[in-house]
Design a binder for this molecule. Structure first.
Ligand code: FAD
Length: 455
């Protein structure tokens, strides 16, 4: 996290903020699921708390982003952010049901039809056996937490099998040499015990964000990029750019829901520096890389044996799948790129990146001339998005267990929320963001002594 070295100058030269006269009871930075959940709950708590959400973008939803284009896309649009509700037990069903939002179970991956880019098919049984071996080896391991790659290298597996095992890291959107082995294996086991199947939001995930925002209408200020935070017990000051013009306000309680990428280098300076334990927690996390490229083709070029399966390289850095059930999806293919492949596309940029994507898709499908059949596409680079600087948070080696530290209040005034602060295995998800919004609303309500908050 960038921390201001000297006086912030936010409130002139005074060394401390005045104890009275805050503009708001609660200010929340970020109108994603975490921020809007906290805002909803706190707006309803107590005797009329004054709550304001400051959001840098010109839209709400953060990493919920559904594209709509009536001319080419199916009526429900296409997701370039969160894709699925993960599991029939996901806590975010509370929201989905509250707004009566239509969903459908995800069409199964079609494992039998899934194939790698070289045309071979995965040996699922062997992969399962390797994962079991990894889990047992880790359970007996007492040494320091290492990277997942270093851990896999200790197992008896050939290079291709190792690459297949790296899927586990890439599914957390991380390169295997960057992520904690404990996080992949232990949190992965928790996830597998808990998660059953995925669901899609038929109207698109952005519709959920819009419904949430409607409930707190008048309390969200868009195009407001927070640049500086100053806090002491009971009072915080925020400097932000509203449509490019620098302005400031104060509040009694401040909730920061910006993604970890923004906390680590996204231009938000905090004064005084957060406690060493909080800083360590921030440093123990990292944003994964993802580039998402939905494409609509003028005709289906894939054979019957491909749909509704998918193509992927061994470790899932490059994968293509069908984003919608065949009857609902038009001729849509979703290009999904993580880790080094996402970085490669991000470095190339939208134009040269698309050419690379088409080349990979031709290799995967065995077809030629796909650029001529491309009717529409979108290139969403989460790596360079200034308000995420990555896809979602993963745990660095040695960082396992630090997320709950980030969820602890600082001076009973500054709070962090967002997917990165959700407990395992729920971080990285929409429902994890939702849980964190509920958790932080309870913490703030407790400090302000306004009683329980209820959805
Ligand atoms: C490609 C992709 C696919 C995903 N797939 C899934 C999935 O299938 N299922 C699932 O459950 N989850 C998925 N996720 C993760 C999920 O989208 C996130 O975990 C969740 O939306 C995070 O919500 P949040 O409120 O914590 O953060 P965000 O949604 O990122 O909200 C934070 C907000 O803070 C704002 N902000 C940032 N900096 C500033 C600043 N300086 N000043 C003011 N505002 C600022 C941002 O603009 C943003 O609106 C996916 C994410 C991505 C990127």
């Amino acid at each position: 996290m960038a921390v201001a070295g000297g006086g912030l100058g936010l409130l002139g030269s005074r060394p401390a903020l005045p104890a009275v006269g805050a503009d708001y009871d609660v200010v929340i930075v970020g109108a994603g699921v975490a921020g809007m959940t906290a805002a909803q709950l706190l707006s309803r708590a107590g005797p009329g708390l004054k709550v304001l959400v400051l959001e840098a973008r010109d839209r709400v939803g953060g990493r919920l982003l559904t594209l709509h284009d009536r001319n080419v896309l199916p009526s429900h649009g296409v997701e370039v952010g969160a894709q699925f509700i993960h599991g029939s037990q996901a806590p975010s069903w509370e929201l989905i049901k509250r707004y009566d939002i239509a969903t459908r179970p995800r069409v199964p991956d079609g494992e039998a039809k899934f194939r790698f880019l070289d045309g071979s098919r995965p040996d699922w049984d062997r992969l399962e056996a390797l994962h079991q071996e990894a889990g047992e080896a880790l359970a007996s391991e007492i040494g320091p937490d290492v990277s997942y790659q270093a851990f896999v290298e200790t197992l008896t597996a050939d290079p291709r099998e190792r690459e297949m095992m790296y899927t586990e890291a890439l599914s957390w959107s991380a390169e295997p040499d960057r992520i904690s082995a404990r996080a992949v294996i232990k949190d992965g086991a928790l996830w597998n015990d808990w998660h059953d199947q995925d669901f899609q939001v038929i109207g698109g995930y952005s519709s959920l964000a819009e419904r949430m925002a409607a409930e707190i209408e008048g309390r969200i200020q868009l195009q407001s990029q927070v640049t500086d935070i100053f806090y002491r017990r009971g009072l915080a000051g925020i400097r932000y750019k509203y449509r490019g013009i620098t302005t400031a306000l104060t509040c009694r309680q401040l909730i920061v829901t910006t993604p970890v990428g923004v906390l680590q280098g996204g231009g938000v300076e905090i004064q005084p520096p957060v406690p060493a334990s909080t800083q360590r927690a921030i440093d123990s996390l990292e944003m994964g890389q993802a580039v998402v490229v939905p494409m609509i083709f003028s005709e289906p070029f894939w054979g019957a044996d491909a749909a509704p399966g998918a193509w992927s390289d061994y470790a899932d850095r490059i994968s293509f799948y069908f984003p919608h059930p065949p009857q609902a999806g038009g001729n849509a293919v979703l290009g999904w790129f993580t880790g080094a492949a996402a970085q490669e596309l991000s470095d190339l940029g939208p134009e040269a990146g698309l050419a690379r994507v088409i080349r990979w898709l031709q290799e995967a499908s065995g077809q030629r001339g796909l650029a001529d059949k491309l009717a529409w596409h979108y290139f969403k680079d989460w790596v360079t998005d200034p308000y995420t600087l990555g896809s979602y948070s993963f745990t660095r080696p040695g960082g396992h267990g630090q997320r709950q530290v980030l969820a602890e209040p600082v001076a009973d005034t500054l709070y962090f929320a967002g997917e990165a602060t959700a407990p395992p295995p729920h971080y990285q998800t929409v429902h994890g963001a939702y849980l964190s919004g509920k958790r932080v609303a309870q913490q703030v309500a407790g400090t302000l002594k306004v009683g329980e908050v209820q959805l």
